[in-house]
Design a protein around this ligand. Sequence first.
Ligand code: GDP
Ligand code: IMO
Ligand code: MG
Length: 427
Amino acid sequence: MPAVVIVGAQWGDEGKGKASDQLGTKVDYVVKFNGGNNAGHTVVVDGEKFALHLLPAGILTPNCIPVIGNGVVVDLEVLFAEIADLEARGMDPSRLRISGNAHVIPSYNKKMDAVNERMLGKRKLGTTGRGIGPTYADKMNRIGIRIQDLFDPSILRQKVEGALAQKNVMLESLLDEQFDVDAITNDLLSYADRVKPMLMNATAELNHALDAGKMIAFEAGQATMLDIDHGTYPFVTSSSCTAAGACTGSGVGPRRIDRVVGVAKAYITRVGEGPFPTELFDADGERLREVGGEYGVTTGRPRRCGWYDSVVARYATMVNSLTDIVITKLDVLTGLAQIPVCVAYDIDGQRVEDMPDSQTAMHHAKPIYEYFPGWEEDISECKTFADLPENAQQYILQLERLSGCRISSIGVGPGREQTIVRTPLLD
Ligand code: GDP
Ligand code: IMO
Ligand code: MG
């Protein structure tokens, strides 16, 4: 059972880092296939907390090779800062490999991210400001800079010149600023010697590894509802965060994927702007934020909190062809007398069970709730499903029914070992 994809089944921050870290101890490669340092993945190993942004969770597991695939956008300054940080904490990140086809986030795209947000005014997205959108836009516009360009200074300079020919016009008129072609080129070139030993022909190596019976986990950044095609556009990120992105972002074809695991919180959160039908504006929302520690790993922003949305879950099951759901943070719900779960939307008086495909409908969607009884017992030490209080077991069974996919594991705390496994993710 060699290839497993891990995706976010909600709006991000579901606990993908923890799930990927757990698989990392069992697989040969962990491949990040989309996004960049907009991600913030927290992994707790032996009580020690690591916040990863650009690096795949496999970096924390000896013997597992972490890979940055072609679908990722790489801020080189952040890459080496994260590596230095891990080294300072006694980890060995030297196994990291990068596809030469991954795109680079040049400094001008961080500026462009801020300019785009400013120009959108009150329609802004609330991006992480890391230059993600402009870098994917350059990729599609075929004026992107790739990792492999760092090794050909003349080509690199021409590409930077080509990209800046357009951007400098805009920056000049808006900010009275220009980026200097030579300064940008030299800055990028300054990383070349350090990147060279990490270079990898990812498509060839990953496919050969699968041929040889090796195991690969593909780790998504962001989530289904932030996917550029399938999310709540335009309030999304700019990459393919769904399972299909694992193929385009790594060079491994769909028939090689055996399992697709969607990670979902036992409730739901969102960071940034955009529709969010089950969002809470009351003391319950505040409670989820405080008990769940719902503050962004990347930007520190308070996360918007709401009840579990099974319309979102069914949609994620569909779009990703999920084989398994991992529910996280069930412990955060302990102490609630009853727990609402959104089973459908009321859209302009109509009951709707499928995710609407119109932005207007999504903005009008009101949650229709079913209520399930809560539990008081501390569940953070539970090891098996049977250890959970009866109402917690029932809550999980109801989420399973409503989400249309089996729930294979349940998180009862942030630690690696605080996971109840019902069906192992690797056979
Ligand atoms: P990611 O972006 O999907 O990797 O998720 P984040 O790291 O942004 O946010 C998930 C947070 O929940 C992190 O602080 C994790 O340590 C924490 N976490 C993950 N699983 C559990 C769980 O089952 N219970 C609790 N209490 N915390 C968890
Ligand atoms: P992980 O991998 C939650 C959100 C931003 C913003 C939108 C676009 O930790 O789950 P971008 O900078 O990507 O152009 O911002 O997407 N966003 C995330 N929200 N978790 C993330 O990553 C996110 N990455 C981006 O808040 O609304
Ligand atoms: Mg996160």
